[in-house]
Design a protein around this ligand. Sequence first.
Ligand code: EPU
Length: 417
Amino acid sequence: MKIMKVEGNHKLSGTIKISGAKNSSVALLPASLLADTDVTICNVPEITDTDVLCETLEYLGADVRRASESVVITPTIENKVIPQELTKKLRASYYFMGALLGKYKHVEIYLPGGCSIGKRPIDLHLKGFEALGATITNDDEGKYVVDAKELKGANIYLDIASVGATINIMLAAVLANGKTIIDNAAKEPEIVNIATYLNNMGAKITGAGTSEIRITGVEKLHGCYHEVIPDRIETGTYLIIGALVGENLKVFNVIPEHVEALTSKLQEMGVNITIGSDSIVVSSKESYKPVNIKTMVYPGFATDLQQPFSVLAARCNGKMKVEETIWENRFMHLPELEKLGMKVERTGMVATFTGPNKLKGAEVKATDLRAGAALVAAALAAEGETTITDVEHILRGYEGIVEKLTDVGAKIKIEEI
Ligand code: EPU
């Protein structure tokens, strides 16, 4: 088991380079097997989630070569059942459902795992596959069999603008016969990144990034070169850390437009930020004006930044309300933040923080990925030493977090116990 030790209250300055987006990469890797020839994906972060997906591709028979941040995949595979030990390691293993169904019109796969931040049903993915002509059965062990004689384009309306369902339906529809329209599609930048990848392979997708995506099925897809967009959640996490303990901390290789909901809140609070074309510089202050946030689908305030953002309440004079609307179980960090000295009350899906709070090091547990990021942020701002357990969650999503923070002056290390 790994633990993280953070000695807080040091100012951070210098430059942090943002890695490729986790939530793009985890869809791009499974999508690779739709191509008939080699694909190269550049800027894939080296995190455990992408490691597991590469291992899964290899299990299916693909040849996966990683050179620094590029991954080259020869997608010659066998359509066999992926062992549950692999699928349950992360949520995104469900993208093998859409990709294998798209390519082979048949897939047998176990339900995915991932952070316990809510019920996380996949009904909209399955309804989409059914609309394309697939039949679905599942057994008591959680294995789904999705089969289609032929996949036929269809009009699909999503009840919720789900990121996963939008991507999975795109993966299944690119090789279907005829036209598919996904209405009320998710608009996250990751959706655009995946659609661009598929189009680079020869797919015909328009409208990605809007709520109506149109896909005209093609017969074959070929290899291509593709780049992963910068991770907007990693960007946001380091900006929040900068607002807590930064001194001209430069967060570089970012697309500022992707984090506008966050930067406008930071500006409203009075945080010093300077936004450039591909970098943002942030410096901390002792005290901020409290603001309220409510998580929304893109371009609203990202749920994945809600937990780290709430740490800023410790620097605010007064009450800050944080409302979560996407995941019903995304407040598991609250008792941990209390251990570090924050004051918070929860009513349903609203957490009300009262600041300012003097943060003091303690032993806390990372219950999920972004809760872990919130604890790192709080630990960096706290006096004394914090020990974070269950660090594996954090390593699923933040490439080189210890090295990146150490390079800008943080006292942080991971120990194996
Ligand atoms: N939902 C359904 N039925 C479905 C699918 C979703 O009811 O079939 C509900 C979910 O329960 C949730 C809402 O719709 O309440 C939105 O879920 P969505 O499908 O958009 O989320 P996801 O694809 O499972 C991705 C990210 C999450 C991020 C959300 C929202 C990946 C691998 N995960 O999840 O990222 O929070 O979109 O933006 O892309 C993270 O990185 O920490 C993380 C959890």
